[in-house]
Design a protein around this ligand. Structure first.
Ligand code: ADP
Length: 699
C-alpha cells in the first residue's frame, strides 16, 4: 500500500524555547517548519504551504492577528487552518481570533497531549476535506467528459459520421472511468425469448488485446435470469466479477472481465437494453457518482442510436416515396408517350382502310406510320434498357468500328431533328481524330444520339455543336464527346437530378416536348459501363453543355485525315453514304427453304415478308407441334428454322429439344435460329446450350 503522506506544520513563535518544545512534540508525526517572526511566518507559509499553522499571538514585529489577516488575504495561504498559541484566553481574544478565521486555540504552557489532540482534530478535518475535494474533482472531470460525449452524440445524426461520433462518445465515457470497454446491447425478442444483441462497442488499447478473441455478440437473459429482473426495474449490476454469482461469473468469464458495470437503458419507458462498462485489468467497485454519471452516459448512447435508426428509416422512406412518385409520374408520361404514336398508327391505318382507293396518300401515310412505329420502338427500347440496367444485366458488345462512319450515322439521324428551326449545326473535330476504335459502337451511338437529340429538342434557335476528340493512353483511347446548345438551359438544382431514373426536369415548361426522362439515366450508365462519365453544365435560359468521356480500345495509328474530316464537317460524307445505301441490292436466296415458327400470326406475316425480299421460300408454323410435324415429314427439307422462344404449349426450347432427338441426321443438324425479345445477358449461352445454332436478339 502507498505510504500515507506526512502532514506538515508551520510553528510560529518569537520565543525559541517555545519552538523547541513544540518541535519535540510534533517531529515524530509531522514535517515541521519553524518561523520566529510574523514576517518570516508569512514567507514560509507561502513557500511551503504547510497543512496547518501554529501561530503565537504576541510577537515583537507583527502580532498573530496581523499575521493571520495577511495569510487570509493571500489566495495561496487563505485555506490553511491556523491554530492560535497563546497565554491569553479571554473570551474577547477568542472572539477576535474566530472573526479572523482562526481554527482553534492552544494555551501555554503546552500539554503535549492537548497539542496532539487539537492538531489531530484539525488533521482529521483536513483529510475529510481532501477526500471531498478529490470526489468533486473526479465528478467534475466525469461531468466534463459527459458533456463532451453529449456534444459528440448530439451531432451523430447523419449516416456518414454516425459511427465515428458514436465511437468518440463511447470512448470519452469509457476513458472518464478508466474502463477498457463500453458496449451497447439492444433488446430483441426472438421466438418469445428476450435477448440482447451487441450493437456497438469501444475497446481501449488493453481492452482490444484482451477482448480480441471473445466472439459473443448475443446475450440470452435466460443465461443469467436475475439480470432481466434487476435491469428491467432500473437497477444495475456492478463490482468485481469475483464477487458476483456463479452464473454471472460463468457468463462474464467469457468476456475476460475483472470488473463490470451493467446499466439498463430505457427509451420512452421501455426497457431498451443495457450498457456494459468493463475493466479487464483490475477488480474494483464503481463509486455511486460514477454509476450516476455512467447512467446518463448510457442513456445518451441508447438515445443517439435510436435517433439514428429513426432518422435512417425516415430517410429510406423518403427516398422510397420519391422514387415511387417518380415511377408513377414516369408511367403516366410513358403511357402518354406511347399513345401519341399509337394514335397515328391506328388512326392512319383506319383512314386508309376506309378510303375507297387505298393508294391515295399511301406513301405519305406509310411514312408517318413508320415514324410513329420507330418512336414507339425507341420508347420500348429505352424501357428495356433501363430494366436491364436495374437488373444489372446490361452488357457491351465491343467490335472494331470506324469513327467517321459512326459520326455519319449520328449526323444523318440527328440533322432531321433540326426540323424548320433556325439552328446552325456544327461539327467540331480535328483531322487527328483516330480513324478506328474498339468498343460497342451501337451503344456509343446511343449515348451521343441521346445528348444530341436533347440538344435539338430543347433548342429553338441558335447553334448546336457536336465535338469529338480521341486521346491515346497505351492500349486504351479516351473518347471525349461534347454537345453544346443555345437552348432553354437547366436550373442549377435540376442539373443534379438529370441523371436519375425517370427524372424529367422542369416538366412545366417542357410539357410540349416529348420524352420520358430515361435517356440521360441510360446514357450515364452506358458511360459508366465504358469506365467513363457524363457531366452537364448549364445556364438557365442560355444553353447547356453535356460532356461524355469513355474508354475505348486502341486499334491503330491511322487518323481521320484532312479530307474526311472536312467532308464530315460539311456533312458530305453523310450524303455519299446515303447514295451507297440507296444503291443496296438484296442477295437472291431463292434456293433457300425456311420455316418460321411463332404463335403470333402478325409476326409470321412480317417475318415472311422480310425474308421474301430475299426471295426465300417461307413456310410458317403457329406452334411447336406444327413445327415438329413439318420437320418430321421431311418434305420440304428446310435449310433453316427461325424459332420463337415464348410460345404456349411447347415453347421454343422444348420444340428444339424434341427436334434434335428425332432419328434423322437432318433433324439433328438443321440450323435453328432463336427469335426473341428476351435479349438479356446469359440468354445467348442458354440458347446455345439448348442446341440453337444462332441467337438473334430481336431488339
Ligand atoms: P427525355 O426523354 O425526357 O428528354 P432525358 O433523360 O434525355 O429524358 O432528359 C431528362 C431531362 O433533362 C429532360 O426532360 C429535360 O428537362 C432535361 N434536358 C436534357 N437535355 C437538355 C438540354 N440540352 N437542354 C435543356 N434541358 C435538357
Amino acid at each position: 500500500m502507498e505510504e500515507a503522506r506526512k502532514f506538515s506544520i508551520l510553528v510560529v513563535d518569537d520565543e525559541k524555547s517555545n519552538i523547541l518544545v513544540l518541535m519535540d512534540i510534533l517531529k515524530p508525526e509531522y514535517t515541521v517548519y519553524a518561523a520566529t517572526s510574523g514576517k518570516s511566518a508569512i514567507e514560509m507559509a507561502e513557500k511551503h504551504l504547510p497543512d496547518i499553522i501554529l501561530l503565537d499571538i504576541i510577537m515583537s514585529d507583527m502580532d498573530g492577528y496581523e499575521v493571520i489577516t495577511e495569510l487570509k488575504a493571500c489566495e495561496k495561504t487563505h485555506d490553511i487552518p491556523v491554530i492560535f498559541v497563546s497565554g491569553l484566553s479571554s473570551a474577547g481574544d477568542e472572539e477576535k481570533g474566530l472573526a479572523l478565521g482562526v481554527a482553534d486555540y492552544i494555551t501555554k504552557p503546552f500539554s503535549p497531549a492537548i497539542v496532539k489532540l487539537r492538531l489531530g482534530n484539525q488533521i482529521k478535518l483536513l483529510a475529510q476535506k481532501n477526500i471531498m475535494k478529490e470526489k468533486l474533482k473526479s465528478r467534475e472531470i466525469m461531468l466534463a467528459a459527459l458533456n463532451r460525449a453529449a456534444s459528440a452524440l448530439l451531432k451523430a445524426g447523419d449516416k456518414e459520421t454516425f459511427r465515428d461520433l458514436l465511437l468518440e462518445g463511447m470512448e470519452i465515457i469509457g476513458r472518464s472511468v478508466d474502463a477498457d470497454c463500453v458496449e451497447v446491447w439492444q433488446n430483441e425478442k426472438k421466438n418469445g425469448e428476450l435477448k440482447a444483441v451487441l450493437k456497438h462497442y469501444w475497446f481501449s488499447e488493453t481492452g482490444q488485446i484482451i477482448k480480441s478473441d471473445s466472439p459473443v455478440s448475443c446475450f440470452s437473459y435466460s443465461a443469467v435470469p436475475q439480470w432481466e429482473n434487476i435491469l428491467s426495474k432500473g437497477g444495475y449490476i456492478q463490482g468485481p466479477v469475483s464477487g458476483l454469482s456463479q452464473e454471472e461469473q460463468d457468463f462474464l468469464g467469457v468476456f475476460k472481465i475483472k470488473t463490470v458495470l451493467v446499466i439498463p437503458t430505457f427509451i420512452q419507458n421501455r426497457f431498451w437494453g443495457f450498457c456494459c462498462i468493463d475493466d479487464c485489468r483490475k477488480s474494483r467497485n464503481f463509486t455511486e457518482d460514477e454509476v450516476d454519471i455512467l447512467r446518463s452516459g448510457s442513456y445518451m448512447l441508447a438515445n443517439a442510436i435510436n435517433r439514428h435508426v429513426l432518422a435512417s428509416a425516415i430517410h429510406d422512406a423518403e427516398i422510397a416515396e420519391e422514387s415511387n412518385k417518380a415511377k408513377t409520374l414516369f408511367l403516366a408520361n410513358m403511357s402518354h408517350e406511347m399513345r401519341t404514336p399509337m394514335n397515328v398508327i391506328v388512326g392512319l391505318t383506319d383512314l386508309m382502310l376506309d378510303e375507297e382507293d387505298p393508294t391515295i396518300n399511301l406513301t405519305d401515310n406509310l411514312m408517318k406510320i413508320s415514324t410513329a412505329g420507330n418512336t414507339l420502338l425507341g420508347l420500348i427500347n429505352d424501357v428495356l434498357d433501363i430494366s436491364k440496367i436495374e437488373a444489372g444485366k446490361l452488357e457491351l458488345t465491343p467490335v472494331k468500328y470506324d469513327v467517321p462512319s459512326l459520326l455519319n450515322d449520328i449526323i444523318n439521324l440527328n440533322s432531321m431533328r433540326i426540323e424548320n428551326k433556325p439552328i446552325t449545326f456544327q461539327l467540331d473535330i480535328s483531322e487527328n481524330l483516330l480513324h478506328s476504335l474498339y468498343g460497342d459502337d451501337l451503344r456509343i451511338k446511343q449515348i451521343i444520339n441521346n445528348i444530341l437529340s436533347n440538344a435539338f429538342k430543347y433548342t429553338q434557335q441558335g447553334t448546336v455543336i457536336l465535338g469529338l476528340e480521341t486521346e491515346q493512353q497505351g492500349d486504351d483511347v479516351w473518347l471525349s464527346v461534347y454537345v453544346s446548345d443555345t437552348g432553354i438551359g437547366i436550373r442549377e438544382d435540376d442539373v443534379q437530378k438529370l441523371f436519375t431514373n425517370y427524372g424529367q426536369v422542369d416538366t412545366r415548361s417542357n410539357r410540349m416536348i416529348e420524352g420520358t426522362g430515361l435517356g440521360l439515366a441510360i446514357t450515364k450508365r452506358l458511360a459508366e459501363l465504358m469506365d467513363g462519365e457524363i457531366t452537364a453544365q448549364s445556364e438557365y435560359g442560355k444553353g447547356s453543355v453535356f460532356r461524355v468521356r469513355i474508354k475505348q480500345g486502341f486499334v491503330n495509328e491511322t487518323r481521320v485525315g484532312p479530307v474526311v474530316s472536312e467532308n464530315l464537317r460539311k456533312f458530305r460524307y453523310a450524303e455519299d453514304k446515303n447514295t451507297i445505301r440507296k444503291k443496296l441490292v438484296r442477295a437472291d436466296f431463292s434456293f433457300a427453304k425456311v420455316l418460321v415458327v411463332d404463335d403470333m400470326q402478325n409476326n409470321l406475316d412480317v417475318a415472311s415478308a422480310l425474308l421474301g425480299k430475299y426471295k426465300m421460300q417461307v413456310d410458317c408454323a403457329l406452334n411447336g407441334q406444327q413445327a415438329l410435324e413439318r420437320i418430321k415429314a421431311g418434305q420440304p427439307k428446310y435449310n433453316m428454322v427461325f424459332m420463337d422462344h415464348m410460345m404456349p404449349g411447347m415453347d421454343g426450347i422444348e420444340t428444339v429439344n424434341t427436334i434434335r432427338s428425332l432419328d434423322s441426321e437432318y433433324a439433328r443438324k438443321i440450323p435453328i435460329i432463336a427469335l426473341t425479345a428476351n435479349a438479356i445477358q446469359g440468354m445467348a449461352e442458354m440458347f446455345h446450350a439448348n442446341d440453337f445454332r444462332v441467337f438473334y436478339p430481336n431488339q
